[in-house]
Design a protein around this ligand. Structure first.
Ligand SMILES: [Zn+2]
Ligand SMILES: [Zn+2]
Length: 244
């Protein structure tokens, strides 16, 4: 498989253009795909909608507008990891076995949850919460809420791969998988849909329920796709008992 040397050889303008197309396509595909999937599951009686209340007037338009800003930040921001490679501060592994790629992706996903919990917890402190209010304006979430942040939040969450790149020479495709998997998990988190109503709140398959609860009651459940950070840091919030 290609080692990613083509990426290093691009110039800064090409990297920014690629970043905009990449993150714009991810957001659109994730939003459309998840909307279609939850509609189809609801029609078949598989799973359940978490919050059936109507969206706020203009909510979708606001989510799209804010997400456009995030796509600009993430897309243009692709020059930062590219810049680390140009400066020689980070390097890519020239080759990797399938096992190594799987390990790298697993480590990056765990780091993703740690990084998200830390930044999200900071965003709920008194000083920074004003930058997080934009995201919480979506009380009933939609797949389009996924990137609807204040620009400061987009910068905080968007730097996920920088620190790992400084400490380890990743294979290019392991790094490239992070925004794709992250978008996928994030779109699940904001789907407003309980895909597996029978599993417990801490189960990996209950991520959408946990993040839905965070939007309904923002004190707690700061984790991303997995529950381990909220369990370790004792910030877990349980869903109200009742029929599932
Ligand atoms: Zn959210
Ligand atoms: Zn929050």
């Amino acid at each position: 498989m290609d080692t990613g040397s083509w990426f290093v050889q691009l110039d800064a303008w090409q990297v920014m253009a690629l970043g905009l197309v990449f993150f714009g396509s991810l957001y659109c595909l994730g939003g459309w795909g998840m909307t279609a999937l939850t509609r189809s599951l609801a029609r078949r009686g598989i799973g359940r909608v978490l919050d059936a209340r109507a969206l706020k007037p203009d909510q979708l338009r606001r989510e799209w507008r804010q997400s456009l800003h995030s796509v600009l930040i993430f897309g243009i921001g692709m020059v930062v990891p590219w810049g680390l490679l140009q400066l020689g501060w980070a390097q890519l592994a020239p080759s990797a076995s399938a096992g190594r790629i799987a390990l790298e992706i697993a480590a990056l996903l765990v780091w993703n949850d740690v990084h998200f919990w830390l930044n999200h917890r900071l965003l709920h402190t008194r000083r920074l919460v004003r930058f997080h209010g934009d995201h919480h304006r979506s009380v009933v979430t939609t797949p389009w809420s996924t990137y609807s942040f204040h620009p400061i939040e987009a910068i905080m969450l968007g730097n996920i791969i920088l620190l790992p790149m400084l400490v380890h020479d990743f294979y290019f495709w392991s790094l490239a998988s992070v925004p794709v998997l992250s978008l996928l998990l994030n779109v699940i988190g904001h789907a407003n849909y309980d895909f597996f109503p029978r599993v417990s709140d801490t189960h990996p398959l209950a991520a959408s329920r946990r993040h839905h609860l965070h939007h309904a009651r923002p004190a707690g459940n700061y984790g991303f796709a997995l529950a381990f950070m909220d369990q370790l840091m004792r910030t877990r919030v349980e869903s109200a008992p009742g029929p599932r």
